[in-house]
Each structure stands twice: as structure tokens, then as C-alpha cells.
Design a binder for this molecule. Structure first.
Ligand code: ZLV
Ligand code: CA
Ligand code: ZN
Length: 393
């Protein structure tokens, strides 16, 4: 008995593939597919599966992946084998290409399967949306926003988001892509650089010399040539360490509100990378589950078809909290959720605190210094407002 009711005529679908979770990038690699297991187990413990359509997603086919990726790259990805012994930099394997096999994008057992499952979930989600069977479709195993047409980058090999948006574009004139991962959504931005049918918006930590991938400055807004349809259709929100819920949500609502008004998208794809949360192993922000979730709530309120993707997130207990809360927002039970984690939650001790909403002090001890003066945030909103004067639906 979950006590969760299903409003009539509002459908949420949940797409996952448990086989994805078995894959390992390596002992010391921060990307742990196990975080998907922990997230799902918390979502199920709350009984939320009773309020959604649950699907085991299939693996994407070669042809589906080739809608974005080059066949050279896919062929290579399908045949490279993990190296038997870890390689040092001097002794690098000259046969490796496409940025594969380094420490960010290692080769591991079942790599091709892992990638095609991530993209399969994203594509299944997109198809539930275009067939109008779902109002919101969730693919927490997707969101791998750095992958390029013929290159792996930043823990991402296949860009499931681009593949899913290409599917949406078969049915919808315009798609709004929003990325709240702490890293710049460079792969998605680049893929749709030259079209005015996709507007990409990324919020990220920006420090060109010290934070990956180093792109996404405020004035990187698409092709500089005014005659290119993609001009002005990339929005970047560069931030510094320590941004808080209040500031982030103010920025998000004001920027996304203006964009929806001007660009008038027909669907929204939201990448919910959880490395923007406080206490993330790689991230630098002070966001809490509530502030991260408020972005999902805002997008839901816009009332357009919505896909939620996962993405980064390197402190698995925080990832699980955020994606659980965001699943509750999708199904609309967030105001009735018990903050106390269900007693029967598997791996409950992994969560350290028994609440879905730990305080900043509980997460960090000492909060990270906020390096985002209000004046700078106002300049950002101002720049984007001016940029949007060049955008019309
Ligand atoms: O969350 O990496 O900084 C979506 C996502 O956005 C780098 N990579 C590149 C540039 C020079 N290299 C450094 C090589 C690092 C090798 C392995 C780590 C190992 C342990 C701990 C941290 C890292 C690491 N790598 C931290 N940041 C990086 C980034 C890639 C970040 C990808 C974010 C992916 C899923
Ligand atoms: Ca981002
Ligand atoms: Zn990230």
C-alpha cells in the first residue's frame, strides 16, 4: 500500500535497464553505474512505481545510434576490447582512437552494451512522448551529454540525449534542451549548433582552465554568422563555486521562463545531472535536493511534453535522493512524500542520514563558500534577455 494515487489522464513512464547497472568503469573511476541501482531502490521503496508505467528499456540498435554517431566510430566502439593490464601514459596503445581508452573514457567489459542500453532508455522515453502515451518520460540511465559524433568525452561514449532529441524532431518543430549537470552540456550544444529547431541551455561551473570541459562562456551563443539559423540558439549560464538553491532557482525560473516565451518549444528535454548537488565528489555547488528538484517542478509546470534524463552524479546517496524526489515531482506526489526514508529501503545505511532532505551542514559539515555575487547573476540574466531579442519561434 503506497497510498499514492494516480491522477487520471496524466501519465509518467519510467525507463530503465538493470543490465546497465552491472557495468564498471574501474575501481577508482568516479562514474558508478551502481548509483542507478541505489536510485531505483529508493524510488521503489517509496512505492512510486505504482504511479508510473514501468518499462525495461531495450538496447538501441546500431542504426539508431547512427542517427547521430559516425559509423567509423560505432564500428570501432563495437570491436575495441578492454586492455588486459592498466596502461601508463608512456606506454599508450597507439591503436586507440576517438578519445577512447584514456582515464576519463576507459574501455571496459561490455562497453558497447552499456552505451546502447543508455541510448535505448532515452529513445524509449522519446517514443512514449511522441506517441502521446506519456506526458513525462524518465530515463535516469541517460543524460551522457559530452559524447560527440565521432568521439568519446568526459565519461560519455554515446550521446543518448542527441539521439532522443533527433527522434522528437521527427514530430515536433522545436525542442528546448536544458542541462543542470554541473558540467557544460557541450556535446548536445555542438550537435544542434546550426539549427534553430533546438535551443540548448546549460547551467554549469565555468572555469576555462580548471574545470571540465572548459567551454560554455556566457557569450558562446551559437554560430557567429548571423545567417546561420543556429545563431543565438545556444544559451550558457556560467557559474562559480558554492551557488545556493535560492540563487539557482531564481536564475532558472527567470531564464527558462523568458526562453519558453520567446522560443515557444513543443517539448522539453531536461538533463538532471546530480553532480550540481552539494557534497558531490566532482561538483562545486551548494544545491540541495529541494533546489535541484525545483528545476524539474518548473519544467513540469510549463505543461509541455517532458523527458527527464540522468547525467553526472558522483556521490551515489545524493544522486538517489535527488532522482527520487524528482520522480515524485513527475508523478505529482512531492508534497505528500515522507522525508523519512522508508525503513525497508535496501542499503538504507548508505544514506548516512535517514532523511530525503539533509541540511547543508549534514551534507558538508562546513558549506562551500559562495562565489556568485548577486550582481554577476543579474548581468547573466541581462545578457540572456538581450540574446533572446534575436530569437523567435
Ligand atoms: O558528469 O578522471 O578533467 C556527465 C558528466 O558531465 C578531465 N576530465 C580531463 C581533462 C584532463 N582530464 C583529466 C583526466 C582525469 C582522469 C579521470 C577522474 C578520476 C578521478 C576523479 C576525478 C576524475 C575527473 N575527471 C574529474 N573530472 C574529470 C573530467 C571529466 C568529467 C566528466 C563529467 C561527466 C556524465
Ligand atoms: Ca550543465
Ligand atoms: Zn557532470
Amino acid at each position: 500500500e503506497s497510498g499514492i494515487t494516480r491522477p487520471k489522464g496524466y501519465n509518467v513512464s519510467f525507463h530503465c535497464n538493470p543490465d546497465m547497472e552491472k557495468h564498471h568503469f574501474g575501481m577508482t573511476h568516479p562514474m558508478k553505474p551502481w548509483r542507478l541501482t541505489l536510485s531505483k531502490s529508493l524510488i521503489y521503496s517509496y512505492g512510486m512505481s505504482f504511479a508510473m508505467d514501468n518499462y525495461i528499456s531495450r538496447a538501441a540498435t546500431y542504426e539508431e545510434l547512427a542517427s547521430f554517431h559516425s559509423t567509423d566510430y560505432l564500428d570501432f566502439l563495437g570491436t575495441v576490447l578492454p586492455e588486459p593490464v592498466p596502461r601508463d601514459l608512456e606506454n599508450s596503445n597507439p591503436d586507440l582512437k576517438f578519445n577512447l581508452g584514456g582515464s576519463d573514457c576507459p574501455l571496459f567489459d561490455g562497453l558497447y552494451d552499456y552505451c546502447s542500453m543508455s541510448a535505448g532508455g532515452a529513445l524509449d522515453a522519446a517514443r512514449k512522448i511522441t506517441s502521446k502515451q506519456s506526458d513525462i518520460a524518465i530515463a535516469w540511465g541517460g543524460g551522457l551529454h559530452h559524447a560527440k559524433k565521432a568521439e568519446a568525452s568526459g565519461f560519455c561514449y554515446i550521446n543518448d540525449i542527441v539521439v532522443a532529441i533527433l527522434e522528437l524532431l521527427r514530430f515536433y518543430p522545436r525542442v528546448l534542451y536544458i542541462d543542470i549537470d554541473v558540467h557544460h552540456g557541450d556535446g548536445v550544444e555542438e550537435a544542434f549548433f546550426s539549427t534553430d529547431r533546438v535551443m540548448t541551455v546549460s547551467f554549469h561551473k565555468y572555469d576555462p582552465n580548471n574545470f571540465f570541459p572548459g567551454t560554455g562562456a556566457l557569450d558562446d551563443n551559437g554560430p557567429k554568422n548571423e545567417h546561420n539559423p543556429g545563431a543565438h540558439h545556444a544559451v550558457n549560464v556560467p557559474l562559480n563555486d558554492g551557488i545556493t538553491d535560492e540563487q539557482y532557482d531564481m536564475l532558472f525560473d527567470s531564464i527558462i521562463g523568458k526562453i519558453v516565451e520567446k522560443f515557444r518549444p513543443s517539448a522539453i528535454a531536461l538533463q538532471c545531472g546530480a553532480d550540481s548537488l552539494a557534497g558531490d565528489r566532482l561538483g562545486r555547488f551548494n544545491l540541495q535536493v529541494q533546489g535541484h528538484g525545483a528545476c524539474v517542478e518548473f519544467c513540469k509546470k510549463v505543461g509541455l511534453p517532458l523527458i527527464l534524463f540522468g547525467g553526472g552524479g558522483y556521490t551515489p546517496r545524493n544522486v538517489a535522493r535527488a532522482w527520487t524526489y524528482e520522480t515524485s515531482i513527475a508523478i505529482g506526489c512531492q508534497d505528500n512524500i515522507n522525508p523519512l526514508l522508508p525503513q525497508h529501503t535496501p542499503w538504507r545505511e548508505q544514506f548516512r542520514q535517514d532523511t530525503l532532505f539533509p541540511t547543508l551542514e549534514q551534507i558538508l559539515g562546513e558549506p562551500r563558500q559562495n562565489r556568485n555575487p548577486q550582481k554577476r547573476l543579474q548581468e547573466i540574466v541581462q545578457h540572456i534577455s538581450e540574446q533572446l531579442r534575436f530569437v523567435q519561434a
